[in-house]
Write a new protein. Structure first.
Length: 167
């Protein structure tokens, strides 16, 4: 039984490797295309503009917090106990609010960046598929996972060209 199983595994390996050898393989450097897409800079500007008001609000809140901390550190000894306690409570409340707002801002920013990144990657994948179908590639892998390839199998520049010509 073990001998039969070994023969079966060897036969399956030979059949799959010969079928794989018949495939036309292509490679693409997805990271290179992503980094060099003109759309990437535009999206970064859009996201910056989208989050600028909240970033400015956080900066103002941080400055207010720093001013209050400076005041309690420099004038705290001279203040009445009630005033000092009131200022300390304001600092605590502002600090908690700032922390919450900053975390929310960071999460929202990361989520939007992820959405935009995924949209760009979907466009790249669609273009890889279109070029692969047109040129008869049956398998296309990321070039970072390949130890050897010929230039003829690399479609990276053709994929990037699609996005630079669209501009």
């Amino acid at each position: 039984m073990k001998k039969f199983l070994k023969v079966g595994l060897i036969a399956a390996t030979i059949m799959s490797s010969s079928a794989f050898a018949a495939d036309k393989l292509g490679v693409v450097n997805i990271a290179y295309v992503f980094q060099n897409m003109p759309e990437r800079a535009e999206i970064a500007k859009q996201l910056e503009a989208e989050f600028k008001p909240r970033a400015e609000m956080l900066q103002k809140m941080e400055k207010e917090l720093q001013d209050k901390l400076k005041k309690i550190n420099t004038e705290g000894d001279k203040m009445k106990d009630a005033d000092r306690e009131k200022l300390a409570n304001e600092i605590k409340a502002l600090s908690e609010k700032f922390s919450t707002e900053a975390q929310t801002f960071q999460k929202d920013n990361q989520d939007r960046e992820a959405v935009k990144r995924n949209e760009m990657l979907e466009k790249i994948q669609a273009e890889v598929k279109a070029i692969s179908e047109k040129e008869g590639f049956t398998v296309v892998v990321d070039s970072t996972t390949v130890t050897y390839r010929t230039d003829a199998s690399d479609i990276t520049e053709r994929v990037l060209e699609k996005f630079t010509k669209a501009k």
